[in-house]
Design a binder for this molecule. Sequence first.
Ligand SMILES: Cc1cc2nc3c(=O)[nH]c(=O)nc-3n(C[C@H](O)[C@H](O)[C@H](O)COP(=O)(O)O)c2cc1C
Length: 193
Amino acid sequence: MKIVNINASSNKTSSLSTAYAEKLVAKLVSKNSGATVKTRHTTFDKTPFIDDAILDGLFVNGERTAAQKEALKFSDELTNELIESDVLVIGTPIYNFSVPASLKAYFDLIARAGLTFKYGEQGPVGLLENKKAYVVITSGGVKVGSEADFAGNYIKQFLGFLGITDVEFIPLDLLMFDSETKIAEADKQIAEL
Ligand SMILES: Cc1cc2nc3c(=O)[nH]c(=O)nc-3n(C[C@H](O)[C@H](O)[C@H](O)COP(=O)(O)O)c2cc1C
């Protein structure tokens, strides 16, 4: 089993979403001997925004120039490791009703026409089939899945766009109201995996 773990919190030392994503990964590894894990932290790894060089390389018909290939190098790396993976584990907080900007930047780099999705006659078709995703998502006051949640709902939409439709959420939400219950529920959910 190949696991890709993407963490997005800006809290480097005591992030709950990162801790629980790692806990979930540890559980998967314990159940699948030989499992490999590639972990990335979208903020601390300095995930770039799409700039003019990357944009220039993205939508090219035919052979890319050396400069275009160079601009897409990191995007290629992220995309290929995801294509080769079996399981994606995302750990993310809700920031200002949405995902942290660095996670959005990561998503921008893995949405690759011809690699992770294609344009079919009926519209876009996701190319990442037979993958499972777990999304550990933390929040202070926004309920995951509610109308005000532009993070969880967005992640589900985006992963579906890439073909990842088997998505399980581990919500550690509404922590400012009752963190103990939420943490106990997340522990139970992970223990039952
Ligand atoms: C910059 C920032 C913006 C936030 N915006 C929201 C928000 O819009 N809605 C919400 O419910 N919580 C918000 N929170 C609270 C975090 O989602 C919450 O503290 C979460 O548990 C942090 O997860 P972490 O420990 O993994 O970093 C925000 C926190 C920060 C630091």
